[in-house]
Design a protein around this ligand. Structure first.
Ligand SMILES: Nc1ncnc2c1ncn2[C@@H]1O[C@H](COP(=O)(O)OP(=O)(O)OP(=O)(O)O)[C@@H](O)[C@H]1O
Length: 527
């Protein structure tokens, strides 16, 4: 009976071995690809609610977390194989004399007592190691983003020291891991031969008293070696600690995304916006406090306020880049929390102060956020023609067409090869927002790099191209606020007043929001 059990166990171990080989190839790569994909989505999609981390930390979590999760399947199959082999060896020992496996099992509580603190401490050391790695990556990414400042300030050495300052923590965590592993190897290195000697002793005694034959003694020595061979697989436990640390950093990052995605289009609408009693709190700070604001369809509302008053938070709510802690945001009566990404992109377009241009060519960068027309409705050829026309019209509206045509390959110039000034980048960002064709346009300081004359031209051309669309414009220049139908004035996250620029201008504290040069211009316009 025990021999049958042992044969079954050995067979299972062989099957587990075969499965492990497969798991190593397909399962592991598939699992890490799946986890990395989920992490990338979480990193890019504001709706995931993933913690806001630095770019380097995100990259390091995606790399380490993905590989940790990919190692889980082979590790589990290897652990199963090891346990089955041990059980089979113990069963075979039992067929010789039931006393012999009992001698070996005496070592089990000792092994457990050594392993338990090891896994906890080793996981802590792996976490500390991965955190230090993330901090270094974060600082490096920051420094690369500010390369011009570092070079201009001549602070390369200082930056190198700052980037590498977590190195001692990294080293300490690495050393701690090695020390723990060494300690474990020593403990098991002593335990294994001690148990082997104990089994041989017990088998020798059994031979002496006539319980077993000399042949069985030789077999018992072999089975005991087989059972104890599994103890040598402590690298499984070491690996497990690293995987636990990496997986914890994945679980913390990957959250379910809501709502369900779909391609259903938003029913047509005029672009009325309503912020209903919206509050936003971040890190214990009230960024927006019970804000209620209605923006009539087709109108332009300027958002003004001192630095840090919540202007970007308010505009970020519309594109769900900022999630409200209380209240609702509605576009044409639809709660934006319920919209799919496609519907939201159909409804809201952004022009940023420092737009990042994504896409291969300049034309791609302009068409980047333009929703694709479902293929069933239009042929690829018509789609290409429409795209080309939309790009051209958008570039013209943003006063970008002229400088784009001067680029080496015009609209086909690769973005990386396009030498663009800050103002030109802003105009491409505006063109991208126009090409998106959304009913609501948010301009967050999107014309700040343009000189006053160019800004006036761009704004005029944009109002023609975007007439009828609702606009929310973060304004730092009085001239921009003066052009809006109404101005929403924010102070410390609260909406202080909503009125026309001309009426607000009578308030001296309102005038202090704008620079004196712009004041003169605005005053001229309001007269
Ligand atoms: N994720 C966050 N964690 C902590 N504080 C935040 C967060 N986001 C915004 N804040 C704080 O909320 C306040 C409002 O920020 P916001 O960017 O909306 O201001 P703003 O009016 O657009 O300022 P500026 O004109 O300088 O761009 C600031 O004090 C900012 O530090």
């Amino acid at each position: 009976m025990a021999a049958g059990l042992a044969t079954g166990m050995v067979t299972l171990a062989v099957i587990a071995d075969v499965l492990a080989q497969r798991a190593n190839t397909t399962g592991a790569t598939g699992a890490s690809a799946w986890v990395r994909r989920r992490m990338v989505v979480s990193a890019l999609d504001a709706r995931s609610g993933a913690p806001e981390l630095g770019a380097g930390e995100v990259a390091s979590r995606i790399i380490a977390g993905g590989s940790a999760c990919g190692r889980i399947i082979p590790l589990v199959s290897s652990a199963v194989r090891t346990v089955l082999t041990a059980i089979a060896a113990l069963a075979l020992l039992g067929t010789i004399d039931p006393l012999l496996p009992l001698v070996l099992l005496v070592g089990a509580p000792i092994g457990y007592a050594v392993l338990r603190p090891f896994t906890r401490r080793s996981t802590d050391a792996s976490t500390a190691y991965q955190e230090a790695q993330g901090r270094i990556a974060d600082r490096l990414v920051d420094a690369l983003a500010g390369l011009r400042t570092i070079r201009a300030s001549g602070t390369v050495d200082q930056e190198v020291a700052r980037i590498l300052s977590p190195l001692p923590e990294l080293r300490a965590a690495g050393l701690r891991s090695w020390e723990l592993q060494r300690g474990l190897a020593v403990s098991f290195g002593l335990l294994t031969p001690a148990l082997h000697v104990a089994v041989i002793g017990a088998a020798g005694w059994a031979l002496a008293v006539g319980r077993i034959s000399p042949g069985q003694l030789i077999a018992a020595v072999g089975y005991a070696a087989l059972a104890l061979g599994t103890v040598d697989k402590i690298d499984i436990v070491v690996d497990l600690a690293g995987i636990r640390a990496g997986a914890a950093r994945v679980v913390d990052f990957v959250r379910p995304i809501r709502p369900a995605e779909g391609e259903e289009l938003l029913p047509s609408g005029v672009g009325e916006i309503r912020f209903d009693d919206v509050s936003v709190r971040r890190a214990g700070v009230t960024v927006l406090d019970q804000v209620s604001l209605r923006v009539a369809a087709g109108s332009t509302v300027a958002i003004v306020g001192p630095s840090g008053s919540g202007k970007s938070a308010l505009t970020g709510l519309l594109g769900r880049m900022v999630e409200p802690d209380a209240g609702r945001v509605l576009i044409d009566g639809h709660d934006i929390a319920e919209l799919t990404t496609t519907q939201l992109r159909q409804a809201v377009a952004y022009g940023f102060e420092r737009p990042v241009l994504l896409g291969q060519t300049v034309a791609d960068a302009i068409a980047y956020a333009r929703p694709a027309v479902p293929a069933v409705l239009e042929s690829p050829r018509t789609q290409n023609m429409d795209r080309g026309m939309d790009v051209l019209l958008a570039a013209t509206a943003a006063h970008a067409d002229e400088f784009i045509r001067r680029l080496p390959l015009g609209y086909h110039t690769p973005v990386v090869d396009a030498p663009l000034s800050g103002g030109e980048q802003q105009r491409l960002g505006l063109a991208r927002a126009v090409a998106q064709g959304a009913r609501v346009l948010v301009l967050d300081d999107a014309t700040s790099s343009l000189d006053t004359a160019t800004e006036a031209n761009v704004v005029e051309a944009l109002s023609d191209a975007l007439s009828g669309r609702t606009k929310l414009v973060v304004a730092h220049r009085a001239a921009t606020a003066a052009r809006a139908d109404r101005v929403a004035w924010f102070v410390g996250g609260r909406l202080l007043r909503v009125d026309t620029h001309a009426r607000l201008w009578r308030d001296p504290s309102y005038r202090t929001l704008f620079s004196p040069a712009a004041d003169d211009l605005a005053e001229d316009r309001t007269r």
